[in-house]
Design a binder for this molecule. Structure first.
Ligand code: HEC
Length: 217
C-alpha cells in the first residue's frame, strides 16, 4: 500500500485519480471569476458615512438653537435707514401693542364701551401726570371710576408681568398721542422708575389710591 498519492491511494483501475486532482488544483489556483458591477462598497466609505452622520448630528445639535426663531430675531432689519440704526433694538410699536392687548376692551378707536370699558380718549387718567397711566398699566385698576362723565366699575388687568418698560411706555405714548389727547410721549425710564417705586405692590389701584399717590412723593 503506497501513501504517495494521498487519499484514495488504491490504484485507480480507470486511472482517473490524477486527472481529478490536477483539475482541482488548477481550479483552486484560478480563484473566482471576477464579477463586474456588484462589488461591495469599500469599508472606508461606510466608515466615512457614519462619521459624517455623527459629526453632522453633533454640529446640528449644537447650533440649531432648538429650532426656535429667537436666534434670528436679532437680524430683523431696522424699519428705516435713519441714523438711529445704532440702537440695538427697534423701539416697540405702541399702536401694535394697543391693537393686540388693549383694543379688545377699549375698542380699536379707543372710545371704549359706555358702562363697561372707559374711553382712553378725553380721559384725565391717560393725559394727566405720566405716573398715573404707568401705575394703571403696571398693576391694573378696579373699583368705581368716572371718565367723561360716565361711571365705570370694572377690572382693568395688570400688565407688569406681560409688558416690558419699553412696551408700556410705547403703548401709553400711543394713547397720549391719539387725536383729541395730544399729551407728550413718556420714556421707558419713567416706567422703570415707577416700577421700582411700586415693586412691592400686589393689588390693583383704585381711583382714590391713584389720587393719593399722585399727590404723594
Ligand atoms: C379685559 C379688558 C381690558 C383690557 C384688555 C384693558 N383694559 Fe384698560 N380698563 C379696563 C376697565 C374695565 C377699566 C376701568 C376699571 C375700573 O372701572 O376701575 C380700564 C381702565 C383703563 C384706564 C384708566 C381709565 C381710562 O379710561 O383712562 C387706562 C388708562 C387703561 N385702562 C389703559 C389700558 C391699556 C393701555 C390697555 C392695554 C395694554 C388696557 N387698558 C387693556 C379694561 C381693560
Amino acid at each position: 500500500m503506497s501513501t504517495e498519492d494521498g487519499p484514495g491511494t488504491d490504484p485507480d483501475p480507470l486511472d482517473r485519480q490524477s486527472d481529478v486532482t490536477d483539475l482541482h488544483a488548477s481550479l483552486r489556483r484560478e480563484g473566482e471569476e471576477p464579477a463586474e458591477g456588484h462589488e461591495p462598497a469599500p469599508w472606508w466609505l461606510w466608515a466615512g458615512a457614519v462619521l459624517a452622520i455623527f459629526v453632522g448630528g453633533f454640529y446640528f445639535g449644537r447650533h440649531s438653537g432648538t429650532f426656535t426663531a429667537a436666534p434670528h430675531q436679532g437680524f430683523i432689519p431696522h424699519a428705516g435707514p435713519g441714523p438711529s440704526a445704532s440702537a440695538t433694538q427697534a423701539p416697540p410699536d405702541g399702536s401694535k401693542i394697543y391693537a393686540g392687548r388693549c383694543a379688545s376692551c377699549h375698542q380699536p378707536d379707543a372710545k371704549g364701551v359706555p358702562g363697561a370699558f372707559p374711553p382712553l380718549i378725553g380721559s384725565g387718567y391717560v393725559t394727566g401726570p405720566p405716573e398715573t397711566p404707568i401705575r394703571i398699566l403696571l398693576h391694573g385698576l378696579q373699583g368705581q371710576i368716572t371718565v367723561g362723565g360716565q361711571t365705570y366699575n370694572g377690572i382693568m388687568p395688570a400688565w407688569k408681568d406681560q409688558l416690558s418698560d419699553a412696551e408700556i411706555a410705547a403703548v401709553i405714548s400711543y394713547e397720549r398721542s391719539l387725536p383729541g389727547n395730544g399729551a407728550p410721549a413718556i420714556a421707558p425710564e419713567a416706567v422703570a422708575a415707577v416700577r421700582r417705586k411700586t415693586a412691592t405692590r400686589t393689588s390693583p389701584w383704585t381711583a382714590g389710591g391713584l389720587k393719593a399717590a399722585a399727590g404723594g412723593p
